[in-house]
Design a protein around this ligand. Structure first.
Ligand SMILES: [Zn+2]
Length: 205
């Protein structure tokens, strides 16, 4: 395993799965009974993905995972909200029981939820209530910039959760921000060291 490129084997699997997705070479042929039987007795996902609920963004397909490889939690704006018990229960179980190696916040181009942050007053009460509790705001000269900034805000929220911070410290739990381009299938990954977004190479090794 190339530890310089990947902090752990789970992230290598995510990136290599993404490349298979991009290049139209999926190993996943669709869920059927034979897969269910193969994974029935184990659950050892390497990563948890927190994704926007946009129907055009399907983490299992984008990372070309087989069943049992990733846990997915989805909500509008891919937000980390400590007062959301559903989110917190899933997160805690993934970190402490399943001991995932990575948590990925997955934003995407054209995110209507981020665009709506500019017009909260126009929304129905339920949607406004949810978007209003994001502890993020529309920041950026373009929608793409605002969406990426929201991913970074959610990563910050993640780091403030005690069980996450503890796992980062104790066993190197890796936190990632990614941005999926719906129109091209390309993916960018945030590099915290250089503070830059960079496209993931789509070349299969
Ligand atoms: Zn979205």
């Amino acid at each position: 395993m190339n530890l310089i490129a990947y902090p752990n084997d789970g992230l290598r699997q995510l990136v290599e799965g993404y490349r298979r997705f991009f290049n139209g070479d999926p190993v996943r042929r669709g869920f059927c009974a034979i897969h269910a039987e193969q994974i029935a007795n184990t659950q050892a996902p390497h990563s948890m993905v927190v994704s926007c609920f946009d129907s055009r963004v399907c983490p299992e397909a984008i990372f070309n995972t087989n069943d049992g490889h990733i846990c997915v939690h989805r909500n509008m704006l891919n937000q980390i909200d400590q007062e959301d018990f559903s989110m917190m229960a899933s997160l805690r179980f993934a970190v402490e029981n399943l001991k995932v190696q990575n948590i990925v916040i997955l934003g995407h181009s054209d995110c209507n939820a981020v665009a709506k942050l500019q017009h909260l007053e126009e929304l129905t009460p339920e949607i406004r209530a949810w978007l209003d509790r994001t502890h993020t705001s529309y920041r950026g000269a373009t929608l793409e910039e605002a969406i990426k900034n929201n991913v970074l805000d959610q990563l910050d929220h993640l780091k403030q959760i005690p069980c996450v911070a503890q796992a980062v410290q104790a066993r190197g739990l890796n936190l990632e921000g990614m941005y999926f381009h719906i129109h091209t299938g390309r993916m960018e990954r945030y590099n915290a060291v250089s503070a830059q977004w960079k496209f993931i190479s789509t070349e299969e090794k």
